[in-house]
Write a protein that binds this ligand. Structure first.
Ligand code: 3PG
Length: 212
């Protein structure tokens, strides 16, 4: 089996920055998704790190047609199934396991799995995955490390996340093997808590001007 690139690639090439969201209150999901889409970032990743995440994904899928809601931090097949059932249009994982490959094979929802080392990348390629998340990007070696991977792994396209901000996103996006970046800086916790949707739209507008 192989990665569902025809479903995943348009999402990754559609915007240079995919917001990574840690949702504390499901009621924030709809106005947040609307604010990000209004700022030019329709595709968002809601991480399954909080109790509110699945409800938030379901609300965005049902109420924000302009958004493309994905689920992040998916660690196993059960979470894959829950996120897909909630309406996630894409699934993101920090890694890749045989269980996740099986879940993705059985689902129409595309998976963006993570890999950092050469052996992890080679294992992902053996499973048919050439679009990969690179996490935690800054801590794992940053743009310099990722650039070095382009020689042996020319056919692999990455979405680095972890420690990326408006200040360093350009360093990653200028690399030939980077398709887009992910980051939480466009949806700061305090702005979400305070309902500062216009501020979030502004941050999204700035990020949407970066070139992928
Ligand atoms: C992720 O899951 O992709 C990261 O936690 C996002 O990292 P950031 O909060 O440093 O942007």
């Amino acid at each position: 089996m192989a990665q569902k690139t025809e479903a995943l690639l348009p999402i990754m090439t559609g915007q240079a920055v995919i917001p990574v969201i840690v949702l504390e209150d499901a009621a924030d999901a709809v106005p947040l998704a609307r604010a990000l889409a209004a700022g030019g970032l329709p595709a968002i990743e809601i991480t399954l790190r909080t109790a509110a995440a699945l409800d938030g994904i379901a609300r965005v899928a049902a109420e924000v047609p302009e958004a493309i809601v994905g689920a992040g931090t998916i660690l196993n097949a059960a979470q894959f199934a829950e996120a897909a059932a909630a309406g996630a249009k894409f699934i993101v994982s920090p890694g890749l396991t045989p269980e996740l490959v099986e879940a993705a094979d059985a689902s129409p929802v595309p998976l963006l799995p993570g890999a950092v080392t050469s052996s992890e990348i080679m294992a992902a390629l053996e499973d048919g995955y050439s679009l990969l998340k690179f996490f935690p990007a800054e801590q794992a070696g940053g743009a310099a490390y990722l650039k070095s991977l382009s020689s042996p792994f020319g056919g692999v396209g990455f979405c680095p996340t972890g420690g990326i901000s408006a200040a360093n996103a350009g360093d990653y996006l200028s690399l030939s093997n980077v398709i887009c970046v992910g980051g939480s800086w466009v949806a700061p916790k305090d702005a979400v808590r305070d309902g500062s949707w216009e501020r979030i739209s502004e941050l999204a507008r700035g990020a949407s001007l970066l070139n992928g």
